[in-house]
Design a protein around this ligand. Sequence first.
Ligand code: TXA
Ligand code: MG
Length: 346
Amino acid sequence: MTRGMTVDQVANAIQAIQDGKCVGMPTETVYGLAAPINNEDLVKKIFYIKGRPSFDPLIVHVSDCQMAEELTSDWNRVCQILADAFWPGPLTLVIKKNESVSDIITSGLDTVGVRMPRHPLALELIRRLKVPVAAPSANKFGRTSPTSAQHVREEFSESDVFVIEGGASDIGIESTILKVETSKSGATLSLLRPGMILPSAIDAALTRQGISFRWERNQSSQIQSAGQLKHHYMPKVPLLLLKQETLAEAIGLFRQKLSELPSEVEGVKIKKPSSFNKARELILSEDAAIAARELYGKMRDVDAGDADFIFFRVQTIHQTEVWKPIMDRLNRASLWRSSAIFNISG
Ligand code: TXA
Ligand code: MG
């Protein structure tokens, strides 16, 4: 941290980009693995070093609304209202793109995900580059997102990534992703990934401005966002979600199902426990905002220990709206929940 105060980290990051490195960029949600959108080699390098499939598009980060407008062909009143209400902050808008955004970034989709992050160093980096930056979360594909500079350093080599030290991420889980489509009859919204900007807050912001809109349930057949993959955010040690059952019952049930587990799901290797002696409980604050901030760090901590598996007890408070984004991450991160192996139950 002291380093950050004495050295101009943003200038060093820009130099590193010129030297062909990606940037570990602090944001208020999680750290991103960033490259300017006009640097095709570096954008390709993001996919390569992350091990990310080319069908999974990147979010483009801007430092003001004009930059966002310049990326899209349909920046309308709904987008402006949402940007005014929630930017800079953890909301990504998926909007029709224009030709300034390459197919590599959007994986060939005709839309682009755009957001203005709230972290001052991220904003400063984008402002000084004068170009938006594409950035996925700075973790290997399918794994737990990084919420500190140290997490990023552990995952990537110094020769590939220059990491800006920006402290612990304030929100702790990835942004809400909202697809916005408009027609004469009004706006249609789809929640592609839940996050700490809740649907009720989006509802309120639009209603306040007299916008007519409707929510669309995702067509689940087509994956529009990797956050929709069943297995994502996985710790290396298996995570079990317990509902009513006791730990002993859960272990018994999980054991029975063990042989049915595939060795890999959606490109992510599954580690099956060979014994069940060492259990570690993942304990989160009852306050959802604190729980979100703690989630990935705690998952990494228990993951780094010698546990055979990790478990989390699902309780009644976890059913409220504010817990939805956290439970979404826990469900996807888990190998087993509620008496069924996740992969098999869907
Ligand atoms: O909070 C965040 O959003 C963080 C920080 C770094 O900004 N970024 C992040 O990026 O979580 P990533 O790549 O790990 O997750 C972004 C998700 C991906 O699942 C991707 O499929 C989806 O956004 N996405 C990006 N562009 C999209 C588009 N045009 N349509 C649908 N989904 C899109
Ligand atoms: Mg990610």
